[in-house]
Design a protein around this ligand. Structure first.
Ligand SMILES: [Zn+2]
Length: 278
């Protein structure tokens, strides 16, 4: 009998339960060294919609408050993507970047007051043409309905309010939230360059950070993003870039889902990984 079987036989159900819990919570994963910044991905900060398909993208304001409060109390330094790119390798231990994708109105109405309460900063990735469309159909054709289309988006005035807080870096999330696996290089260049110009013109701030729509990028896209004038780009690839020379145009993030407890959040800050990976 091998040691594993012996152990299971000896402790019976407890060992099986223990194995299940360790797979479920991945607490045994190694701590990523604290010197490497954590980049967190959020979408909406609002209560869940009953029966909503996208509740995974909705973090309740109470939970968001608890997360940011914990980061503050645990000694984290809040940076923007621009800051973290410039100072990679020399950022303080326990540095974190809060990022918001798409441009939902609750980012101003619910998230910004919480960021202010704990003196935190964030990067907002705005879709330039963000009104009245549900871009989730571009990822999966079976996504019918208009749940994300109906979700209130930040008006230009609200974006200005966010920027005037001095806490928010504006980044681009393209013109139309396309699926980069379906565009040719010319179309991608247009999405990258025209969105940068339009946002810089509308809000009078430099736009040097980019987020790939749906986190989808193809071979060669990093070069296109760089050529369009962005110093960095984030994906939805899960994890923490633990290297002095990361790929700055395809950085990993930690997705903060709407259904995770505070202890799961703390675990993910430590290891980069969710409780289990689907
Ligand atoms: Zn998006």
């Amino acid at each position: 009998m091998d040691p594993l079987t012996l152990g299971l036989a000896a402790s019976g159900g407890t060992a099986i339960a223990g194995a299940w819990i360790s797979a479920r919570y991945a607490w045994w994963r190694k701590t990523a060294p604290w010197k490497w910044p954590r980049i967190l991905m959020y979408h909406m900060v609002c209560p869940h919609r009953p029966g909503g398909r996208f509740n995974g993208l909705r973090v309740d304001p109470k939970l968001f408050d608890a997360q940011i409060r914990w980061l503050r109390e645990d000694g984290w330094t809040f940076l923007t993507m621009r800051d973290v790119t410039k100072s990679w390798g020399t950022t303080p231990e326990k540095s974190v970047v809060i990022t918001f994708d798409d441009g939902y109105a609750d980012n101003l109405l619910a998230a910004l007051p919480i960021l202010s309460r704990y003196d935190a900063h964030a990067t907002l990735y705005l879709v330039h043409n963000r009104f009245g469309t549900d871009w989730s159909v571009k990822k999966k054709a079976h996504h019918t309905g208009n749940e994300l289309g109906e979700e209130p988006k930040l008006t230009d005035g609200q974006v200005r309010d966010m920027l005037e807080s001095g806490r928010i870096e504006l980044g681009s999330h393209t013109l139309s939230h396309p699926n980069f696996s379906r565009l040719n290089d010319k179309e991608k260049r247009e999405e990258l360059t025209a969105s940068k110009q339009a946002l810089e013109h509308a809000f009078q701030v430099p736009v040097t950070s980019f987020a790939y729509p749906f986190g989808i990028y193809m071979q060669g896209d990093e070069t296109l993003v760089k050529e369009a004038g962005y110093s960095n780009a984030v994906t939805t690839d899960t994890g923490i870039d633990c290297t002095p020379t990361p790929k700055f145009h395809r950085l990993k993030r930690i997705k903060i889902g709407g259904k995770e407890s505070l202890s799961a959040f703390r675990l993910r800050l430590r290891t980069g990984w969710r409780a289990w990976n689907k």
